[in-house]
Design a protein. Sequence first.
Length: 766
Amino acid sequence: MFLRQTGYLSATVSALALLISAPAIAQSGGGEAEELTGNEIIVTATKRELRLVDVPLSISAISGSDMERRNLTQIADFASQVPGFSIQATGNGGTRLVLRGQNAGGSGASVATMVDDIVVSSASSLFNGSLLTADLLAFDLDRVEVLRGPQGTLYGATAQGGLLHYITNKPKLGVFEARGQAGFDSVRHGETGWIAQGAVNVPLGEIAALRVTGTYQDVAGYIDNPTRGETDVNGGEQYSLRGQLQIEPTEALSVRLTAALQRGEFDGSGALELVGGLNAQPSVAAKVANGGEPILNTYAPESSLRRFEYYNGVINYDLGSVSLFSSTSYSKYKSFYRSDISHLQLAPGLTAADLFGGVYGEPIAIWGRQEDSFTKFNEEIRLASNTDVDAGFMQFDWQIGGFYTNEDITFDQYYDAVQQGDESVILDSPLPFGGSSLPARYKEYAGFGEATLKFGESFEVSIGGRYSHNKQWSQVTSAPGLIGSGGPDPLVNPEIRTSENKFTYSIAPRFLLNKDISVYARLATGYRPGGPVLVVPGAPADFPTFYKSDNTTNYELGVKGSTVDRVFNFDVAIYRIDWTDVQLITDFVSETNGQTFSVQGNGGKARSEGLEYTLSVNPVKPLTFAVTGGYTHARLTDDAPAFGGLAGQRLPYVPEFQNAVSVDYVHELAGGSILSGGVTWTYVGSRYADFSTSPATTNHARIPDYNTLDLRLGARFGQISVEAFARNLTDSQGITNYSSGGGAGLLGRGTIIQPRTLGMRLGFKY
């Protein structure tokens, strides 16, 4: 049930929405003031708890309390504030994660995603995992870690660009806690939505505790559809519920059981019309059409549904000199969306509705239905040393482990021709429109190990390796119809099976200048699995049946640390990544019949080079300045004519420069009350859209840069807190996905960041 109010509650909010708190890369700590003034950060990037300064790789850690304070509720809100991190948000819940420029538009994910001890991203490109990313609602999180560069040794397949890792707050034994929050968000051009969320920690005797977290959000829409006379069509609702049971029968043994569900349902795709067309000039080819008003004209309504659930059992057993760890998990991701593709350009000036309207003898709309689902079972077992092993001239610690995963995938795409004025009338004469169904399976077995060799107090080297074997199966069934089997009967294509072995490694020497400053170098590799190619109806005999894995090799040099008094913190890295056998959507030209097909394939080489930095200074206790950002030069190094790319051209949706600057002020009053405020400015540089060989689509269109300004003011009085914020105060229309076609009247189509949003939260903590 929706409860919405169109327009702004600006009179209430504007008096409070002055500043935004916390630096972009937050510190973790105890109280609110401590979190903002430089407490030591503890991370688990190497599957051990280490200080951030002791981890020999590039990592950003954003505390959960900081994300809540700044209303960073999803990936799109914080990506631009993490060095080297960008996204391509395509609408309908599709979000491609890009780290250090690793993006060429392929179907498989190049960034792995984890929640606690569970890998939740799909390793198979057949699930379209590059776009279908688990985007957790950020409430009651301990922190989010973003690991940049290949992480193949410890995290395996798809971590060739890096890892996005959500770490939740765990149950606490012997402590009762309860906290909650309620508030609203008012979006320019659209509605006012509301949110309620809470968490409770309940001790169960002396050896167990239960923690339950829940969120419900009525999401405000802001895109109108004049064709159908509808407003705010991209609104919706989403909720999440997570329960965790911690049991510690002895000091040596702990067991944690987790069950979680997140669901979102939206009335529209989130896309809108952009200036487009093949003749548009580059300087104006990527901006909001219709005078800047967010509009998407469709004949039929669009909608989407996303559901993500996971279950996990974790055992930690301290055996004295070593510890045993086991994580068993089951997760399921399901998405459904319905899109009107009537305005899709199939040739210059010719839309899909125009082309096929003559077949049905009347004006039509074309409705596309896509349903993706995958279930994933994981088992990981690790054995790790608790203390350093003395080998005389050196000491070392170690860990070894095994990993198994099994994914069952369903990828269905169907299309309906319907009457333009009434989408309930489906036209099936002379044939239904058709579609296809793809069941697939992915299995992987892996063994890995890592050791850190310590030579004295100041020098150490971490060495790791991982061997993986995967097997895949798929089979396409084309449904009866014009674009399905091409006839009145279904067409069952042959089964395709593939298998692959991969070895990845990492070497990372680290030198400690003192206990608070370290210099490191890192050589690491990663990969993304290959797999079966989706067979199309009428494919010739030489049609490819598989594509290869692509691989990354990362060379990195970094320095991180802080001054003794923690007034100045820094983390700076330079890197180069060589990318070979790049997976991408490419044109295959059959030598049998000369036909051209668009398939998943491999297309040469690319390279990404850059500089990343995170700097913060706390000159006096109440005040913190922070700067995060980076320069990323990611481009093709080989011509890829079948892909539409040439050597030297930049990779899609990678800003060459991005930067975030924040200023925060936290003032403690008598009696423990706290006032806080701050401002964050972010800049995302120009990017380029996907490559294309289609004559109806602009190839590699330039997307302009954009700036955002976020403000916030907060106060805490005992157990009660009140916060107000303004996000994207300047109402920037930064584009996050662009196509020169697909909009009504031969306009383009794409997505933008959320317009100016004002809001308030009222919370309590017991």
